[in-house]
Write a protein that binds this ligand. Structure first.
Ligand SMILES: [Zn+2]
Ligand SMILES: [Zn+2]
Length: 768
């Protein structure tokens, strides 16, 4: 057969992942002539040779591509023969556009780990080793294109050896932008609280470990920000850390050196182990084994049968855990709800009262990236917090924007005020920012501004429409109001519903079950137990909701489940309820008098339909928690309490038609649960979960919509989600849950954008 020449256009995540050297090696192996270069949005290859060999080359290209690359499309076309006489990597010209896809920060690859451990290697024990397959990316990029000059590595001039690696196409560090070695790269330093240098390089690392073993708190400059480290077995150190950090109960994450070490302390499924060792290196929630107590103090995760575990996300973490030889607590370097620190001086200032010393380095972090958190539900990963390792990869490319290029308006969605993320749609893709956090303090709002600024400048676009939550008190809402761009308000639960549809690339009629803590709508009811229906064409309708009950104390009730319990009982039986033993147990006499005043006068006692508050109330009634210090604590207590219990039973409930909506009445269930003397507490907790699943099924049957989407923070509950999904599937519903996108408010921004696209596709007016 005659030789031919083909041009191969590849789009996807193919820049900054060692794709060109890979193509170079493959083409040489196949003895094909031609060249490869970076090109707008991807890579372009021209190959010349035997057509059968070219076909084999293309097959292997897709099969053997570098581990972190993603190919979205490959287009080939025949070209006139050129007779190159060899294969080369061509430099991308200055004005040839580079990809706008930025890679996340990646944990060290096996090659780099082997070099790190090799005493004969010049990077032996060097905490900043990296290559084209691994190392920092998003945390150090200033502007696009992704070149060393545009990263915080620009201030480190490459030494001769590093430069040679960087410029040799066959080298595995060819164009590894953060390439570094002990001669030319970043350095470690240990400082006191006052910022005085105590030690440098390997000595700094050893001294930091010695401090930890003496019970001190060490602030570590990690990949996407500061972390606080203590010995996981040291109760005194943990107590001190909790006190200084103002974090009494919320579990701390643990850092282990290897999968084998994790396996000693936790049950790990196949999927969980895949997630743990994945290059994203998230925190994975795992069930603790009884043996864990030898290495992990109960103060790490008080009252929880689970541990949040991660493996080293960087060579620095690898060295620390390996040398320490026991699990370390690695929690975010911040005070309570503030964002994590990223700069050395900022850390000394903000963490000066928390940490005893600081293990820092001179490579700058440009934006905070918290550790991502996942748990496995329904044998699929479920994202709880999406940040380091995942951001800023685009989330989804909706079918509707691919099919209809008219539907390519640039939307900027501002998310919710809690667990804030922002999202941007451009050229059919939806990009989401990393987890920013709660917009309740000035530092978070700065990070919010920064994330918006970066998302738009990386994507080089000016948003045409701003999308915000309807809550008039939200910082994000007020931010939008100050701008002159067109605006669109999207109701909170509608955004939850559409975030789940977006993830499944679904357009069409569907039932959305959106259960969470709080979502605003104009009725003044604090919503959160909502059933929404979309017919795929017109507006979204609420078709059912949980029965409402008052929340005496309003916002205060969020931290005090006992208040939700009082409201719940008051809704069932009026003022008599306040004499109930269950409430006497958790309120003083004068507090109960106050409750009466509030409930009677309807003062600061908003009505709520929130499933999150219903969980709180039941937790208080079961005596599990009357006060909490972090969101979801009470619901988690019920979930954990039901662990290991198998029961098909459910408590009774009512489903009533009220006007054009259904109302799910939990009152019979709550009464049955309170007076259930036959069952133990864990059994009652399990039956409560079953009851909620039966409630959901009853609505789904009334609605008769086959496609069901579950969203909202309540579906972070593994037991509930799995029970609901199983029951619905047994009844022939198709159930869709979250996976890549958090079911909590971290997914709101995505839902807001997707809603806008769906409404535009359906020809619905978007408002102004
Ligand atoms: Zn590597
Ligand atoms: Zn060097």
């Amino acid at each position: 057969m005659d030789n031919e020449r083909q041009q191969v256009e590849i789009t996807g995540l193919v820049q900054g992942v060692g794709f060109r050297p890979f193509v170079y090696r493959l083409a040489n192996e196949c003895k094909l002539d031609g060249w490869v270069a970076n090109h707008s949005g991807g890579v372009r290859i021209e190959v010349e040779g035997d057509p059968q060999i070219i076909a084999k080359f293309l097959r292997r290209l897709a099969q053997e591509k570098p581990s972190h690359s993603q190919i979205f499309s490959i287009h080939t076309k025949l070209m006139p023969m050129q007779g190159d006489g060899g294969f080369e990597i061509r430099e991308s010209t200055a004005n040839s556009q580079k990809s706008t896809l930025i890679l996340p920060d990646l944990a060290p690859c096996d090659h780099c780990l082997a070099e790190l451990a090799d005493p004969g290697n010049r990077r032996h024990n060097y905490p900043f080793i990296n290559c084209t397959l691994c190392g920092p990316r998003f945390s150090i990029i200033d502007t696009l294109p992704y070149d060393r000059a545009n990263t915080t590595m620009s201030e480190f001039a490459l030494c001769e050896e590093c430069r040679k690696e960087y410029t040799t196409p066959s080298d595995r560090r060819f164009h590894a932008e953060p390439n570094a070695c002990p001669q030319c790269g970043p350095e470690l330093q240990l400082t006191s609280r006052e910022g005085n240098t105590l030690a440098v390089n390997n000595e700094a690392l050893d001294s930091a470990l010695a401090a930890i073993s003496k019970g001190q708190v060490v602030a570590l400059k990690g990949v996407g920000g500061f972390q606080l480290l203590v010995d996981a077995a040291d109760g005194q150190a943990l107590e001190q850390l909790r006190k200084r950090k103002h974090r009494p109960h919320k579990p701390f994450a643990l850092l282990y050196s290897s999968l084998e070490a994790v396996r000693r302390d936790c049950q790990i499924s196949k999927l969980e182990s895949v997630l743990l060792v994945s290059r994203e290196r998230p925190i994975v929630l795992l069930e603790a084994k009884a043996e864990a107590r030898h290495r992990v103090h109960s103060l790490v995760a008080p009252d929880s049968p689970e541990l949040g575990v991660m493996l080293p996300a960087s060579p620095l973490h690898q060295l620390l855990t390996q040398k320490y030889g026991a699990p370390l607590v690695a929690t975010s370097g911040n005070l309570a709800e503030e964002p994590i620190c990223i700069e050395n001086n900022e850390a000394l200032e903000r963490l000066g009262k928390i940490a005893d010393c600081f293990l820092i380095h001179n490579r700058q972090i440009l934006r905070p990236l918290d550790d991502s958190v996942l748990r496995v539900i329904e044998n699929r990963p479920l994202m709880l917090r999406r940040a380091r390792g995942f951001a800023p990869l685009p989330l989804v490319r909706p079918q509707i924007t691919q099919e209809n290029t008219e539907n390519n308006r640039t939307y900027l969605a501002l998310g919710a005020d809690l667990k804030n993320t922002v999202a941007l749609s451009r050229s059919g893709w939806i990009y989401s920012s990393q987890h920013i956090g709660d917009l309740g303090n000035a530092t978070s709002v700065e990070r919010f501004d920064q994330a918006i600024e970066e998302l738009t400048s990386f994507q080089q676009c000016e948003p045409q429409t701003l999308i915000h939550d309807l809550h008039p008190g939200y910082t994000s809402h007020r931010w939008a109001q100050k701008k002159s761009a067109a605006k669109l308000g999207v109701q909170h639960h509608t955004a939850h519903f559409f975030s789940c549809m977006a993830e499944h690339n679904y357009v069409g009629s569907a039932l959305g079950i959106c259960w969470d803590g709080t979502g605003y709508d104009s009725s003044g009811v604090v919503r959160g137990g909502e059933f929404l229906h979309w017919n795929g064409a017109s507006t979204v309708k609420r078709i059912a909701s949980l029965r409402t009950f008052p929340l005496p104390g309003g916002e205060k009730a969020v931290r005090e489940p006992r208040r939700a319990a009082a409201g719940l009982l008051f809704e069932i039986s009026g003022f008599v309820a306040l004499q109930h033993d269950l409430l006497k147990r958790c309120f003083s006499r004068s507090e109960r008098r106050n409750l009466v005043t509030m409930l009677k006068g309807e003062i600061n006692s908003p009505q709520c339909s929130s499933a999150g508050r219903l969980f709180d109330a039941v937790a208080a009634l079961l005596g599990l928690s009357s006060h909490i210090s972090y969101e979801g604590q009470a619901a988690m207590a019920i979930e954990h309490s039901a662990r290991g219990i198998q029961s098909p039973d459910a408590y009774p409930f009512d489903l009533q038609r009220r006007g054009n909506q259904w109302q799910l009445d939990w009152a019979p269930s709550v009464s049955a649960l309170i007076y259930d003397e036959e069952r133990s507490l864990p059994q009652r907790a399990a039956v409560f979960h079953n009851t909620l699943a039966q409630m959901i099924l009853s609505v789904a049957i009334e609605v008769g919509e086959s496609q069901v989407f579950l969203s909202g923070g309540v579906f972070q509950n593994k037991r509930l989600t799995e029970t609901v999904a199983k029951l619905l599937r047994q009844n022939n519903f198709t159930v869709h849950c979250h996976s890549l996108v958090p079911p909590n408010d971290g997914g709101i921004a995505l839902g807001q954008v997707y809603y806008a696209h769906c409404m535009a596709a359906a020809g619905q007016p978007l408002g102004g």
